[in-house]
Design a protein around this ligand. Structure first.
Ligand code: UGA
Length: 447
């Protein structure tokens, strides 16, 4: 009989994982403590913007016309425990307030509330990003709480999905990593992922700590790559070089590769920043802090780019104070194709200029609701053109396709001064300059 799957936590990761599991043919039950979120999902609505996710959900949610009916939702952990052969824990692990360490309370609560109802054989699989050593601790807790005793076990299966590509990354993962303690656990996970394995996704079997570390070290490597090129941008700015050409040339070396070498205002979001900090904190607890002190520098380089963008803006306005200056900001989300504004470099820059007295007007294709909620005192416009109207300077801070497709000539006619600062090195300098704009970008010489 086909495995029955539960997904605990229906945020970014969980909602996508649940829909993907239904797409792979399993009966799926999603569990969350937030009733409103469950009500939305039951109607086939996704609580965030993620390309393709709503369509996938609507294809499977029970009760929606024409849907497979394989996907249902509940708020009752006892129902989930009774239903599932494999339980995926997909709750979030944010940074603790005032500390670098990660807050494990959602994972702990999710595991505990499920465990006490587990009266039959099942596999509990952690997907959340956790400090190394957590799986070991959670396995002990599971053994203590589950009435089914030995019949229940834990596995760790980190998730590598990117926002904006969540559906694609979940259905066609570039690798599947499983930390297991038994052949039974490995066999069950091979069954869950039979389709992507058959399509060629590598299946890597490890112990618990290695599985946990694959995730945090992958995100640390990506953060390092971005900060590396941003450090090169700083040197280019001092030496008159062009970081975009530099990255292009570096990327031709296969060993380096061209991805994640886009210089600009740096990384943000709900993952990279908090993950490198939690990793440093955990290494400290393990007495291996020296191994990761370089991540402190990666974090500093990254945060410095936001400040540099503010200074470039000040300079473009003639130096001195932002008081009375009108600044248009294109982009609020931490990256395109997402409505996520968590630790967004774009919103951070907008906020800094606003707090220094600038009149900031923000426009973002999908992030307006979240941006307004997080930063209600900024000005917001309904279109890019409205944001640019009357501006003394325009900042391009999130590289949405919509911004690359803007007509620079039309925009030049509504701006007070046609000056654009490209914080993502994503616009075409020639096109903008030809339309009368002064175009400047990070790590590149002025024309
Ligand atoms: C990241 C990882 O890429 C995923 O593999 C991982 O699963 C996920 O975190 C997670 O831990 O859940 P994500 O946060 O969606 O995914 O975003 P990325 O695509 O990694 O981008 C992160 C930030 O880096 C963005 O702000 C982006 O603008 C910035 N970035 C990216 C650059 O500044 N330059 C680049 O060259 C690439």
């Amino acid at each position: 009989m086909a495995l029955k799957i539960t997904v605990i936590g229906t945020g970014y990761l969980g909602a996508t994982h649940a829909a993907a599991m239904a797409e792979l043919g399993f009966e799926v039950l999603g569990l969350d403590v937030v009733t409103e979120k469950i009500a939305m999902l039951q109607r086939g609505e996704v609580p965030m913007y993620e390309p393709g996710l709503e369509e996938l959900l609507r294809k499977h949610v029970a009760g929606i016309e024409g849907a497979s009916g394989r996907l249902r939702f509940t708020t009752d952990p006892a129902e989930a425990a009774d239903f599932g052969d494999v339980h995926f824990i997909c709750v979030n692990t944010p940074q603790k307030h005032g500390e670098y360490a990660c807050d494990m309370s959602y994972v702990d609560t999710a595991l505990e509330s499920l465990a006490k109802h587990l009266t039959k054989a099942s596999l509990v699989v952690g997907k959340s990003t956790v400090p190394v050593g957590s799986a070991d601790r959670l396995a002990a807790r599971l053994a203590e709480l589950a009435p089914a005793g030995d019949e229940v076990e834990l596995a760790w299966n980190p998730e590598f999905l990117r926002e904006g590509f969540a559906v694609q990354d979940t259905l066609h993962p570039d690798r599947i990593v499983v930390g297991v303690r038994s052949e039974r656990a490995e066999k069950l996970l091979r069954e869950v992922y039979a389709t992507p394995i058959a399509e060629g996704s590598p299946f890597v079997v490890t112990d618990f700590p290695t599985a946990e570390l694959v995730k945090t070290s992958a995100n640390s490597f990506l953060a390092t790559k971005i900060s590396f090129i941003n450090a090169m941008a700083e040197v280019c700015e001092a030496a008159g070089g062009d970081v975009v050409k530099l990255a292009e040339a570096l990327g031709h070396d296969d060993r380096i590769g061209k991805k994640f070498l886009r210089a600009g205002i740096g990384f943000g979001g709900g993952c990279l920043p908090k993950d490198i900090r939690a990793f440093m904190a955990r290494a400290g607890e393990l007495g291996a802090d020296q191994a990761l002190t370089f991540l402190r520098e990666i974090d500093s380089i990254n945060m410095r780019r936001r400040g540099q963008m503010v200074e470039m803006t000040r300079e473009a306005l003639g130096g001195g104070s932002f008081l009375g200056k009108r600044v248009a900001v294109l982009g609020a989300t931490f990256k395109p194709d997402s409505d996520d504004v968590r630790d967004s470099p774009a919103l951070n820059v907008a906020g800094q200029i606003h707090l220094q007295g600038g009149q900031v007007t923000v426009y973002d294709p999908k992030g307006m609701v979240n941006a307004r909620r997080l930063f209600p005192t900024l000005g917001y416009a309904d279109t890019a053109t409205d944001a640019v109207r009357g501006a003394d300077v325009v900042l391009h801070l999130t590289e949405w396709r919509e911004f690359r497709e803007l007509d620079p000539a039309a925009l030049a006619s509504v701006a007070t001064t046609p000056v654009i600062l490209d914080g993502r090195n994503a616009l075409d300098p020639q096109t903008w300059r030809a339309a009368g704009w002064t175009y400047r970008a990070m790590g590149r010489p002025a024309a």
